[in-house]
Ligand binder design. Structure first.
Ligand code: F6P
Ligand code: MN
Length: 301
């Protein structure tokens, strides 16, 4: 059975990146154990004025500590940290963008949540997603899985009881499919989004949406379809974040044959103005994204 280490070595991953990916992957065990002791809210708010679950801050601090101590990471930008962190003593030049605990409002309901990570190579988090060297997410479901790309396709690993990641699925391809999930209340949707949803519903699309982006995306990766968090009438930039949520997952989607857009632009080509900026997101099967772009091209908001 191929382990994560075997895969990275065989794929010719550079040594520092391999070390960093394995280090991040090792955080899943302690994070999983902490769920039972960190069920409540932390009593603090993040940069967006959202309540931080105790697990948001716990996972954030855990990964930041590991990245800082590794000497591999020069910059780190987290959804939970107002400022970009700089680790001056770093010996290597990796830069991390992350959502340490995506879907955290679901922790108390025991639905799947995850950690999303993007890794850049030249010391800065202020880059377009296309420059990512690697992207991964760990999904804490019935299994703990690691979905990874180093720009050579997408591999899914599962963690065993000893904390070893074993290859579960190699070279994952996202099929065309009919599942969809969309955020936002229907009266708040814009005209192109409404037209898109009505179009795919007429073609037989079926809703599946938990409210955990990373889990909802994983289902789309496996079965095909689309995850959307659209621009809303009172929230023109949508809810999700370009660098922490869109870009790493978009890189994985593209590497599996899917795509990501805000309706008109490929989100991997957007130069960020602000590490915390939000963006509308459509991510999923190539055919679904073609339909989104075609509708946005002819429907005014
Ligand atoms: O991180 C933001 C997030 O929690 C996503 O994981 C999720 O898809 C979305 O927000 C859910 O938002 P809403 O409750 O508005 O559907
Ligand atoms: Mn999130």
């Amino acid at each position: 059975m191929t382990t994560l280490q075997d895969y990275l070595r065989a794929a010719g991953c550079e040594a520092g990146l391999q070390e960093l990916i394995e280090l991040i992957a090792r955080q899943a065990g302690p994070i999983r154990e902490a769920f039972i002791t960190h069920q409540s809210y932390a009593g603090s708010e993040n940069v967006y004025g959202e309540q931080q679950a105790a697990m948001d801050t716990w996972a954030d601090e855990r990964i930041i500590g590991a990245a800082r101590d590794s000497g591999l990471v020069r910059e780190l930008s987290s959804e939970e940290q107002e400022e970009v962190l700089t680790f001056a003593g770093a010996k290597q030049d990796y830069a991390i963008v992350m959502d340490p605990m995506d879907g955290s409002s679901l922790i108390q309901t025991n639905l799947a949540v995850g950690t999303i990570i993007g890794i850049f190579g030249n010391g800065s988090v202020r880059q377009k997603g296309r420059n990512l060297k690697a992207a991964l997410y760990m999904l804490y479901g019935p299994m703990t899985t690691l979905t990874l790309t180093i720009g050579k396709g997408v591999q899914i690993f599962a963690m065993d009881h000893e904390g070893v990641y074993r290859l579960l699925e190699a070279d994952v391809r996202m099929p065309e499919g009919t599942l969809y999930g969309t955020g936002g209340k229907r009266p708040e949707w814009t005209a192109p989004h409404t037209t898109f949803i009505e179009t795919i519903e007429k073609e037989g699309a079926k809703v599946r949406y938990t409210g955990s982006y990373v889990a909802d995306f994983h289902q789309i990766l496996k079965y095909g379809g689309i995850y959307c968090y659209p621009a809303l009438k009172d929230r023109p930039k949508g809810k999700l974040r370009l660098m922490y949520e869109a870009v790493p997952v978009g890189f994985i989607a593209e590497q599996a044959g899917g795509a990501i857009t805000d309706g008109t632009r490929n989100l991997l080509d957007v130069e960020p103005d602000d590490p915390h900026q939000r963006t509308p997101i459509y991510v999923g099967s190539a055919g679904m994204i073609r339909t989104v772009k075609e509708i946005f091209g002819r429907t005014h908001a």
